[in-house]
Every structure is written in C-alpha cells, then in structure tokens.
Design a binder for this molecule. Structure first.
Ligand code: OSB
Ligand code: MG
Length: 378
C-alpha cells in the first residue's frame, strides 16, 4: 500500500459539495437471486476544492436487498451528517478523512461515496492518476462480465456473444432452480472458458450436496453462495467443495476479511470499495488477501461511468490477478453520464488517462437525468 499518511503538502480544503440524485434506465432488466433491477438510481457526489472537482457515485439499492443499506438512508446521512461535517474542512490526505468517517457504524456504501470523491479530488490536486496514488500500474485491465439470470438457451447465447467479444471471464448469476443444469449447459457449449457463478447469498448449508455438483464443472470460483453475513458457514462449506469460494457480501470490513481468510472461508475475494466503506479499507483488504496468497478481483454494481472509472483504476493494483466485473458501459446504458466511452476491446479495458479518475461529466445529459440537486457550502 502506498504510504498515504506522509504527504507534506498543504491540506486540501473542501470548499463545496454538490449532491445529485440521478436515474439511469438499464437497457435490459438485470436479474439476480434477490430481485430484478430496471434502472439505477444513485447519489452522484461532487466535491470542490479550488479549481478541482472530485466525483463518486453511491451504489446502495432503493431497498436493502444486497446489503442492509438503502438509498433513502444514504441520502439523509449525506445531507444531514457527512456533507455538513466535511464541507469547509481541510484534510491532509484520504486517511484523515477515513479517520473521521470510520467511527460511524455501518453505512459503508454511503461513507465510500464521500471517500471515493475525496480520493479523486486528492489525486487531481496532486495531478496524478487515481491508480498512481492507490499504488496501481498499467494502462489496461482484463475485463470480465456478469450475466443476470435468464433461461438456459438465452444464457448460452449471451455467453457465446460475450466470449466472442473477448471477455476474459464470464460470471453467471444463479439461484435455486437456475443452477446446476444452467451451468452444465454453458460448460458443455464452452469447455474451456473461464467461468464462475454468483449466488448472491441464496443457498444454505442444506444445499451443500447441490453445490457439490458444480465441482465437476471447472468453475473458477463460486461467489457468495451462503448468507450475506455468515463467514462461518462458508468455512464449513469450503471444506466440502473443491471449487474455491469467493466472498462478496460478507467482506465489509478489514476484520471480516481477516476472519474469512483465517477461517479459509474465501480462497478468492471480490473487492468493492463501496462495500468496504472507502479505499483505505479496500487497500488493506487487498494487502491482507495477498499475504494469504488469495487473489482478489474488482466487483461491480452496474455503475455509471463515474463508479466504473473508479473500478478500473483500483483494478490496476498488483493482487487484482483475476478479471473483475468491469465491462463496457454500453452493455447497461444507452447513454452514460460521462464524456469518455468506457468500452472493452478484446476483453481489455483501458485506464482513463489524466489526473484522478480521468473522466468528465456530461453536464447537459446529467441535467436531464438528475432527479434532484443540492449544494452544500461552509
Ligand atoms: O453480486 O456482484 C454482485 C450487481 C448488483 C448487485 C450485486 C452484484 C452485481 C453484479 C453486477 O454482479 C456486476 C456489474 O457491475 O457488471
Ligand atoms: Mg457478487
């Protein structure tokens, strides 16, 4: 991890913040075991310091179906607590901001929205790409894709399409009744592709026999098969599976990450900055997993270009050795809220160039898609 505590420059003052609520329709509904998403409604945060602007988006759902956080709670916390707390204040570096936010319990995705915007702002004030201040290198990353639940025929066709486009790993969402037969059909059609599944916490240990049937299908890993907050049962399940378990929902703190690694409940880890409460925690998870020889990859939450650009920069760190869920924005949206297209070519996604996250807002489109906007000054 880069030593972000020893910067000897003037602290960065947050002059102003703007919080918009944005709605972007999805081109197709995205179906996972917990429900169906038709659009993305998200807080878009801009932090201002001098001539610089830092951006981040929130990934909490309207209802608490991925984690416990919700959009209404996030908006209220941002407006009533976090933004008033930081606007007009100066911070030496992102660690100083993290220190201020960390004591508040839970609400990782809300805290991460503030933290990620600050990292972008900070990197821009240093005139460095975000990847550089995070400790990453390289100008492109391997792209993987996450396919929502659909019929077997439709799924095989979508796998064929994405395989043809060059995606380096294809992840299938599964749920009871849409699992073993589906994965068998895809594996039969594509014996050699890098394939994984994601259950989004919909099985229990009573399904261990069913999950063992996936062991013959050469999956790279099975993501979050059991309850969203249950590391212990995943450790029990891992003993009964040959396929590595990858944890997503469970990994919401450095402690959860350490306990999962120590318990051998996760042989692969999906890192999402939002679920971690900010980059600082995500970086510690990255390093901790490396110490256990456990590879990590960057998860996605159907982000617009702002969150997607953040994910690309993070994915350039050395222990991100597996392709993440960072695919072309045009798979999800007819039009993005940024000016630069984030599109994979032959399964590789270029790192946006320039300072910070390296992308800019399409203000005219944003003004059409914003449901509300509020400005915060000291
Ligand atoms: O579990 O990784 C997940 C989307 C919404 C909620 C949870 C998850 C996902 C994805 C989408 O898998 C990945 C993407 O952004 O393409
Ligand atoms: Mg997942």
């Amino acid at each position: 991890m880069p030593d972000i505590s020893r910067q000897t420059r003037a602290p960065l003052t947050i002059d102003r913040a703007e919080l918009r609520l944005v709605r972007l329709p999805l081109l197709q509904p995205f179906v996972i075991s917990t429900g169906t998403m038709h659009d993305r409604i998200f807080p878009l945060l801009t932090l201002y310091s001098g001539d610089h602007e830092g951006y981040a988006e929130g990934v909490m759902d309207p209802l608490p179906d991925y984690l416990g956080e919700t959009l209404p709670a996030a908006m209220a916390l941002l407006k009533d607590l976090f933004l008033p707390m930081i606007v007009g204040k100066s911070f030496e570096n992102p660690a100083a901001l993290d220190k201020l936010l960390a004591p508040w319990r839970g609400h990782q995705m809300t805290k991460a929205t503030v933290d990620m915007a600050f990292w972008d702002l900070w990197a821009k004030s240093l005139n460095l790409p975000l990847q550089t201040v995070l400790g990453g290198t390289g100008d492109a990353i391997d792209a993987g894709v996450s396919l929502g639940i659909g019929s077997i025929d439709d799924t095989v066709a979508r796998v064929a399409d994405h395989h043809r486009q060059g995606y380096k790993r294809i992840k299938l969402k599964i749920k009871p009744g849409h699992d073993v037969a589906l994965v068998r059909a895809v594996r039969a059609a594509f014996p050699d592709i890098r394939l994984s599944v994601d259950a989004n916490a919909c099985y229990t240990l009573a399904d261990a026999g069913l999950l063992q049937k996936l062991d013959d299908l050469a999956l790279d890993y099975i993501e979050q098969p059991l309850a969203w907050d249950d590391i212990q049962d995943h450790a029990v399940l891992q003993k009964r599976l040959k396929t590595p378990i990858c944890l997503d929902e469970c990994i919401n703190s450095v402690r959860a990450c350490r306990q999962a690694l120590q318990a051998d409940a996760a042989r692969v880890i999906n890192i999402k900055v939002a679920r971690s409460g900010g980059y600082y925690t995500a970086l510690k998870m990255h390093d901790l997993a490396a110490a256990f020889d456990v590879p990590v990859w960057c998860g996605g939450m159907l982000e617009s270009g702002i969150g997607r650009a953040h994910n690309i920069h993070l994915s350039t760190l050395p222990n991100f050795t597996k392709p993440g869920d960072v695919s072309s924005a045009s798979r999800y949206f007819a039009r993005d809220i940024i000016n630069e297209p984030l599109e994979a070519t032959d399964g590789r996604m270029a790192v946006p160039q320039g300072a910070g996250i390296g992308v800019s807002l399409d203000e005219s489109f944003l003004s059409e898609m914003a449901l509300s906007s509020e400005s915060f000054s000291a």
